[in-house]
Design a protein around this ligand. Structure first.
Ligand code: DSN
Length: 408
């Protein structure tokens, strides 16, 4: 049967959209052609409930080989005692990690969504906020850094069963040892959600939480540049309860085609060139940050140590984050509005933007290109000639192709 025409047209249109836009969404990236092949492979036909060597279905010889390879590579890359690479997503990984370590109603201290946390870290409309009792720490009002005094005070007062470190919109290195100290002081488990920074950890551009925390969750498609999905790392002593929390706890059959895509990406992230990539992501982020700061834009924490930066656009340009996102998209730059800590705007409008460098670094952008992107952003938000800025964006995109002639 032929590929449906609407699907074909949409895929080709999406290929063109991705090629013709500068992608600054901090959680996105471009996978390799090898990862695409694995993602779209015949492993999608296979049921494989269970784990390599102990499945509930026959015919798992080939998927076993790949999943075991992924496990071995992930353990080595992240210096972890145990890993489960079956979670379908970061939220699924978090659901399984909570299930492995907590009972419904147990207490978790996590980063506030408004300070840069994540929906699955206790937001009241998310399963996490419904099943467990969450309290939140935030960032310092002057520095916008994680306020460890607040973390400690809240931990002493709230007495959580678990402390959760990790964020979706935090631009500074997270000190996992400090979280460990506080967790030990109050007798809590330490969980780290390293979804955003996993690629930087793999590329040695951020410290590694795996040897420090009891359990670490991640997505596989952000800075790690793999198939969409999740993983959970833990100490060997927790391996059994983590594995049974994933299956049969929160999932049934694993998506072996995506596990093949994750495995391919993990192999790519183990290559020495990935160290260079991760390092370049951070250098690019710093270069973009400098241009924006030189143009009097407030960057939260006055800088960045990782792949992203959060900027305030309301003061500098007298527009909301929503409007800024729309202006940039009109010239071919894609990013997302961001609700900032202490924001006075609603979550629909926001005062800020979150900008990330992982995707365009994959396409080959270096500091020079990010300096140009920073200048284009400033000009666009100052409402300079948008037509000519759009042409400049297109030329930059043309000079850095994503894939060699993929056509559906
Ligand atoms: N939605 C992702 C992000 O953009 O950060 C987190 O899951």
């Amino acid at each position: 049967m032929k590929l449906n025409e609407i699907i074909r047209e949409s895929l080709n249109a999406e290929m063109k959209r991705q090629q013709d836009h500068i992608e600054l969404i901090a959680s996105e990236n471009y996978v390799s052609e090898a990862v695409l092949i694995a993602n779209g492979s015949i492993f999608t036909n296979k049921y494989a409930e269970g784990y390599p060597g102990r499945r509930y279905y026959g015919g798992c010889l080939n998927v076993d080989k790949v999943e075991q390879l992924g496990i071995d590579v992930a353990k080595k890359l992240f210096d972890a005692e145990h890993v489960n690479i079956q979670p379908h997503s970061g939220s699924q990984a978090n659901a399984a990690a909570y299930k492995a370590f907590l009972k419904p109603g147990d207490k978790v201290l996590a980063m506030d969504l408004r300070a840069g946390g994540h929906l699955s870290h206790g937001f009241d409309l998310n399963f996490s906020g419904e099943v467990y009792e969450f309290a939140f720490y935030g960032v310092n009002k002057d520095t916008y850094y994680i306020d460890f005094e607040e973390v400690r005070n809240k931990a002493l007062e709230f007495k959580p069963n678990m402390i959760l470190a990790g964020a979706s919109a935090y631009s500074r290195e997270i000190d996992f040892n400090k979280f460990r100290e506080i967790a030990d002081e109050v007798g809590a488990y330490l969980m780290v959600d390293m979804a955003h920074i996993a690629g930087l950890v793999a590329g040695r551009a951020h410290s590694n939480p795996c040897p420090i925390a009891d359990v670490v969750t991640t997505t596989t498609h952000k800075t790690l540049r793999g198939a969409r999905g999740g993983m959970i790392f833990c100490k060997q002593k927790f391996a059994k309860k983590v594995d049974s929390a994933v299956f049969p706890g929160v999932q049934g059959g694993p998506l072996e085609h995506l596990i093949a895509g994750k495995t391919q990406a993990l192999i790519e992230a183990s290559d020495p060139s990935f160290l260079e990539y991760a390092n370049q992501v951070v250098k690019n982020s710093k270069a973009l940050c400098k241009v924006l700061m030189d143009n009097n834009i407030f960057v939260l924490t006055n800088g960045t140590d990782n792949h992203l930066l959060n900027i305030e656009v309301k003061t500098a340009f007298n527009i909301t984050g929503k409007k800024a996102e729309a202006i940039l998209e009109s010239i071919g730059i894609v990013c997302n509005k961001e609700l900032l800590p202490f924001d006075t705007e609603s979550s629909v409008n926001t005062s800020g933007l979150r900008l990330g460098t992982a995707a365009m670094t994959t396409r080959g952008f270096k500091e020079k290109e990010f300096e140009q992107v920073g200048r284009i952003i400033v000009d666009a938000l100052n409402n300079k000639d948008l037509e000519s800025l759009k042409k400049e964006v297109k030329t930059l995109c043309d000079n850095f192709p994503i894939y060699n002639n993929i056509k559906y």
